[in-house]
Design a protein around this ligand. Structure first.
Ligand code: HEC
Ligand code: HEC
Length: 149
C-alpha cells in the first residue's frame, strides 16, 4: 500500500516535471515560440517556377527535382498519375524521363519486374523545384563530377 502511494507520487511528480526539463534542453525551433499544432496552416506557398529544364543535381544520389507542376496528380492504391508518363510503358509517348532501374529494386536489393513498393509514392523523394532561399545558410558545393570542374 505504501509502495503504491510512493509510486503514484513519483509518477505524478515525474509527469509534471518532465516536460519542463525536456523543453529546457531542446534547441530553439525554427518556428519560434509558435506551438507545433498552430503551424499546420501554410501561409507562404512558394511560387512554382515556370516549367523548364530540371535544375542540376547537387549530389550524385539526389532524387531529381520535378520540373513541372503536379497539382492534382493522384498517387494511391488504385492509380499513380506519375507513372502514366514516367513508366517504361509510357515514357516514349509522354516524352518524359523513364524511372531508373533503381526504382525496380526492393529494399533487400531484389530486382523486380515492376516498380518497387518502396518507390511507388514518388513525392516521398521527388519534389517540385521552386526558387527558395535555403532555410539555413550553408556553403554546400556540388561534387566536381556534377559541375564538370
Ligand atoms: C503528363 C505527363 C507527366 C506526368 C503525369 C508527370 N510527369 Fe514528370 N516529367 C514529364 C516530362 C515530359 C518531363 C521531362 C521534362 C524535361 O526534361 O524538360 C518530366 C520530368 C520529371 C522529372 C525530372 C527528371 C530528370 O531527368 O531530372 C521528375 C523527377 C519528374 N518528372 C517526376 C514526376 C513525378 C513525381 C510525377 C507525379 C507526381 C510526375 N513527374 C508526373 C511528364 C510528366
Ligand atoms: C525512395 C526515394 C524515391 C522514390 C519513392 C522515387 N524515386 Fe525517383 N529517384 C530517386 C533517386 C535517388 C533518383 C536518382 C538516382 C536514381 O536514378 O536512382 C531518382 C531518379 C528518378 C528519375 C530520373 C531517372 C534518370 O534516369 O535520370 C525519374 C524520372 C524518377 N526518379 C521518377 C520517379 C517516379 C515517377 C516515382 C514514383 C513512381 C519515383 N521516382 C519514386 C528516388 C526516388
Amino acid at each position: 500500500m505504501k509502495r503504491t502511494a510512493a509510486l503514484t507520487l513519483l509518477l505524478a511528480f515525474g509527469a509534471s516535471a518532465l516536460p519542463g526539463i525536456l523543453a529546457a534542453q531542446m534547441a530553439t525551433p525554427m518556428r519560434g515560440a509558435t506551438p507545433l499544432d498552430s503551424t499546420n496552416q501554410v501561409h507562404d506557398f512558394k511560387p512554382m517556377m515556370k516549367e523548364r529544364a530540371p535544375l542540376e543535381r547537387a549530389y550524385v544520389q539526389q532524387p531529381p527535382l520535378i520540373p513541372h507542376e503536379i497539382d492534382g496528380y493522384i498517387i494511391n492504391a488504385n492509380s499513380n498519375k506519375c507513372l502514366t508518363c514516367h513508366s517504361w510503358d509510357n515514357y516514349r509517348s509522354a516524352k518524359a524521363t523513364k524511372i531508373s532501374l533503381t526504382h525496380f529494386r526492393d529494399r533487400d536489393g531484389t530486382e523486380l519486374s515492376n516498380v518497387s513498393a518502396s518507390r511507388y509514392f514518388c513525392t516521398q523523394c521527388h519534389v517540385p523545384q521552386v526558387d527558395a532561399h535555403p532555410l539555413v545558410n550553408n556553403a554546400f558545393q556540388p561534387v566536381d563530377v556534377l559541375t564538370g570542374r
